[in-house]
Write a protein that binds this ligand. Sequence first.
Ligand SMILES: Cc1ncc(C[n+]2csc(CCOP(=O)(O)OP(=O)(O)O)c2C)c(N)n1
Length: 347
Amino acid sequence: MKEAINFLENVYSTNLSAEFSFLEEEEREWLSTELEKLPKIFIGKERRIAIAKELLKAQEFDRFLAAKYPGLKRYGGEGAEGMIPFFMELFEFSAQEGIKEIVAALPHRGRLNLLTGLLDYPPEQIFLRLRGEKDFPDNYYATGDVLSHINASVDLHFGENSVHVTVLKNPSHLEAVNPVSMGKTRAKQMLHKDGDYGEHGRLSDKILNLQVHGDAALMGQGVNQETLNMSHAPHFEVGGSIHMVTNNQIGFTTPPERGRSSQYCTDIAKMIAAPIIHVNGDHPELVLKASRLVFDYQRKFRKDIFLDINCYRQWGHNELDDPSFTNPALYKIIKSKKQFLMHIVNN
Ligand SMILES: Cc1ncc(C[n+]2csc(CCOP(=O)(O)OP(=O)(O)O)c2C)c(N)n1
C-alpha cells in the first residue's frame, strides 16, 4: 500500500497535472501511461546546467534593458522564465525528429528574451533601434516597427541535426497571428510535399506549427475559437499544432475571474478535445518533462495539444505601469517571492 501511495503521489500530486479524461480511449491510455513514466525520467547534469545558463541569460537580458532603457516597454520574461526550457526542448526534439521547419506565432511576452537567447537575433539590432538609428542594412528599404513585432528566421544546429525556426511578424492585435501561422504552415507543407501533398508520410512530418498564447488573450480572443475550429478540417489542418500558454495569471490589470467565465484559460482546448498539461513554471525540470510529453503526443497522434505554464509577472504589464496600485494583493505576494533563480541554484 505504501508503495502504491508513493507512486500515486509522485505522479498525481506534483507540480504537473493533465486534463485528458475527455480523449478517445487510445489517446487516453497512451497519455496516462506516459504521464506515469514522467517521475522516472532522469535529467542529466549537463542538461540542467545548460538550462540554468539560458535562464540566467534571459534574466540578465531583461536586467540590462531595464538599466539602460528604463523608459522601454519590453514585456519582459521575468517570472515566466519557465518558458525557456520548453523552447529548448522543442527545438532540439524537432531537429532530432527530422522536422525541417517550425512556423511559430508568438505574443509579446518574453519575445525579446527568446529572440536574443535561443534564436540568435543580434541584440545590437535591438539597441540600434532603441537609439533611433537604422537597424536594417543600407541596401534595405524598410521602416521600423515596435519591438514586440520583430520576426526571425534562423537555422538552429544541434550536433548533426538542424531545424529552421520562423517566427512570424505579428500585429499588436492579440492572437491574430495564429490563423496566419496555420496558413503559412500549410503552404510550407505543400511546398515540401508534407503529408497528403507527398506520396507517403503524415502532415507535419517536416513542418511543425507552434502557437504561443497569453492566458487572458487565449480565452478572450474569439479568433482562437475560429482557429481551433479549423484544426482538424480537411485542407486547413496542419497535422496538429503545439500550443504553449505563458500563463502569468493576469491580463494587463485583469485577474482571471474577471476576464473569463471558465476555471482555466485553456478550457477552450476542450472544444476540440485537445489534451492539456498544466505545469508550474518555477520548476524548469518539470517543464522539460511536460514539453517532452506534449511533443510526443503531437508526433504520435498529429493533433493539437496545450502546455499551460503557470507562472507570474514580476513587474507591470510593460514595466512602466505600477501593478501594486492596480493589483495590490497579488503584487504583495509576488514581491515576497523568492527570486526565481535562487530557487534553481539551490536545487
Ligand atoms: C485584440 C487586442 N485587445 C487588447 C489589446 C491590449 N492588450 C495588450 S496586452 C493585453 C493583456 C494580455 O494579457 P495576456 O494575454 O495574459 O498576456 P500577458 O501580457 O499577460 O503576457 C491587452 C489587453 C491588444 N493588444 N489586442
